[in-house]
Design a protein around this ligand. Structure first.
Ligand code: HEC
Length: 157
């Protein structure tokens, strides 16, 4: 009897150790279940209330503090997802919605970085976002016409 229990325990342990890390498919699913309701299937946001990720998200990585902002913004930091899944999710979102805007030296988020940056919660979200958007505009990394859509408009008002 004990032998069966030991074998069962080994089987469970093996399955746990061999569980694959979060994949791109998992990240997409996490997006659909946790973020899409506000941010839209295509990352296009919702009118004035939720900013679009398209042509926008990757630009935050070009200015100081932007990389942390994407982690600390409430939608990300307050989600029920663990640090590893958030890292995969953000990497997936950046590629799915804003690949052309990523800096050349972009290094993907990993679990340790999310754990380090996620807390404490960001209090002045609007103010922080506004300053980042101003810095992105000041970079002149893109024609101002790039911003005529609601991509970064929310923080510019
Ligand atoms: C209830 C609606 C809502 C949900 C759900 C939501 N967000 Fe957001 N998200 C927002 C709003 C509104 C903003 C603009 C900043 C702010 O006011 O929080 C935002 C901003 C962001 C930003 C920064 C982009 C920018 O242009 O400022 C990221 C990154 C982000 N959300 C990630 C996520 C992730 C990841 C999820 C799912 C795990 C998620 N959000 C779920 C509403 C939402």
């Amino acid at each position: 009897m004990w032998a069966i229990k030991v074998m069962a325990a080994i089987a469970v342990l093996g399955a746990t150790l061999l569980a694959p890390p979060a994949t791109l498919a998992d990240a997409h699913e996490d997006y659909v279940l946790n973020c899409q309701g506000c941010h839209g299937a295509d990352g296009g946001g919702a009118s004035d209330a939720v900013p679009s990720f398209r042509g926008s998200l990757g630009r935050f990585l070009r200015v100081p503090g932007g990389r942390e902002y994407l982690v600390r913004v409430p939608g990300t930091s307050q989600s029920a997802l663990d640090d590893a899944r958030i890292a995969s999710l953000l990497n997936w979102m950046l590629h799915a919605f804003s690949a052309d805007d990523l800096p050349r030296d972009f290094t993907p988020y990993d679990e340790a970085e999310i754990a380090r940056v996620r807390r404490p919660p960001l209090i002045d979200v609007t103010g922080v976002r506004r300053r980042l958007v101003d810095q992105i505009r000041a970079l002149g990394a893109c024609a101002s016409s790039d911003y005529t859509s609601d991509t970064l408009a929310r923080g510019a008002r």
